[in-house]
Design a protein around this ligand. Structure first.
Ligand SMILES: Cc1ncc(COP(=O)(O)O)c(C=O)c1O
Length: 434
């Protein structure tokens, strides 16, 4: 990168131009503040201010010890892992299996939707159905908003509760789209280490003790680890939250109906501000993305008030389609089947790896997180064998290296072959290092 300028604005503009012209790609590191300051003969404070401008524009993120990194080329894909791999079986992009999604054509043919005029309220059937689902899981449903997906909901809640510079506790590793959203909002991600049961109590406690304005937790199917919060971990984390009643609890139940395990919520009546978000994007399809969000009445009212000013509402055709596909008996059976298929595909790969002495954590969703000393090597070695998997770097803050394998479309026969290829790639690397 050829960076110029002697003021923060000029340095930031020069860097932004480089990003626009594709000279730096997602997750590329920026020079350290000190190094760039020395090169440009300016003070470190000037370079730090330039990086802050780029962070505020969502172009770069602070990744703790990994330094400041490029989020994505402006105008390019938001998530590096989302672009389809050039070759091989795609286990990288994190998509649901299209054959397990409902037929949009059939759903549209059966749809009856009145022409809605301005000021229409959220679809009553959708809100009533969502309320029943929340209540069944112990989550109060007196206030529910309908939004444009999980990330839309999270962005809106953060906007209503946090200001630039505020800290937000986030699972480490986490979905890159979420890390980018936090950084692009001018917020500071505080990593919370994970195991198969969700955030580790120590890390959760530490994040809360650092005055995090909000904590974002995935109750099940955590992306990328597949963690799901169990009853006892849930109790421990809920107890910690009670000592920080001002922290906003954001539960991102993005896979909800097809997560394959029940949801354990961290909600308790002690929580002043909280939301639980459920999205349809993974089980009705990313293009039929709707989120229902239960929360405390103030947060929900603030989010709805702001939504009414810009986006105004989520199309009622979409809301009607979502409730029809989610709630009717045939839809319910289809979702239960999809959840089983995803669970068995994930388990097939985990078991095949375990037979070869490779143990992975997690029990829910369709991602599997495989620790390795050298993620770039493993990604390349698997690509050579016809498998496209995601390098772990964009998911990690302080977590050690790993790769993410999405098992949503991986049939059991392929799982055995993939496990053999993983084992061989790892053995070769170990031999080479020795
Ligand atoms: C953890 C997590 N949250 C949110 C999303 C996106 O959800 P939505 O499409 O509803 O915004 C994803 C998509 O993969 C995800 O993995």
């Amino acid at each position: 990168m050829r960076i110029s300028g002697t003021t923060a604005a000029a340095i930031a503009a020069s860097l932004e131009k480089q990003l626009h012209s594709g000279l730096a790609g997602a997750d590329d590191p920026l020079p350290t503040v000190r190094a760039l300051a020395a090169t440009l003969r300016v003070s470190p404070a000037t370079v730090a201010a330039a990086y802050q401008l780029l962070r505020a524009r969502g172009l770069v993120v602070g990744r703790g010890r990994r330094g400041t990194r490029v989020v994505s080329a402006p105008g390019g894909p938001a998530q590096p892992a989302a672009s389809p791999p050039a070759a091989g079986i795609d286990l990288a992009t994190g998509n649901p299996d299209p054959s397990l999604l409902p037929s949009i054509e059939a759903a549209l043919r059966g749809l009856t939707a009145p022409q809605e005029l301005y000021a229409a309220a959220p679809d009553r059937a959708l809100v009533a159905f969502a309320a029943g689902e929340f209540e069944a899981d112990g989550i109060p449903s007196r206030a529910i908003a309908v939004l444009g997906g999980a990330l839309d909901a999270i962005e809106r809640v953060l906007r209503e509760h946090a200001r630039a510079g505020d800290r937000v506790g986030v699972e480490d590793p986490s979905f890159p789209g979420l890390l980018e959203l936090i950084s692009a909002s001018g917020l500071v991600p505080v990593p919370m280490a994970m195991d198969a049961e969700g955030p580790l109590p120590e890390g959760f406690k530490r994040a809360l003790a650092q005055n995090c304005r909000a904590v974002i937790v995935t109750p099940r199917a955590q992306n990328p680890t597949g963690a799901a919060i169990g009853a006892s971990r849930g109790d421990a984390l809920r107890l910690m939250l009670r000592r920080h009643p001002d922290a906003v609890l954001i539960e991102n139940d993005y896979l909800s109906a097809v997560a394959g395990v029940p949801a354990t919520t961290l909600y308790s009546s002690a929580q002043k501000a909280w939301v639980v978000i459920r999205s349809t994007s993974k089980f009705l399809g990313p293009d039929l993305r709707v989120a229902v969000m239960a929360g405390d009445p103030v947060t929900v009212a603030r989010v709805q008030g702001r939504q009414a000013l810009g986006a105004r509402w989520v199309s009622h055709i979409l809301q009607r389609l979502a409730v029809t596909l989610w709630s009717d008996p045939a839809g319910g059976r289809r979702l239960a089947r999809a959840a089983d298929v995803y669970a068995s595909r994930r388990a097939a790969l985990a078991d095949a790896l375990s037979v070869r002495g490779i143990h992975v954590a997690g029990r829910s969703g369709f991602n599997l997180w495989l620790p390795t000393r050298d993620e770039a090597h493993l990604v390349r070695a698997l690509a050579d064998r016809g498998w496209a998997v995601a390098p772990g770097a964009p998911f990690r803050i302080q977590a050690p290296p790993a790769i993410r394998i999405t098992t949503s479309t991986l049939v059991p026969d392929d799982a055995a072959r993939l496990a053999a290829d993983v084992a061989e790639s790892l053995d070769r690397r170990t031999a080479a290092l020795a």
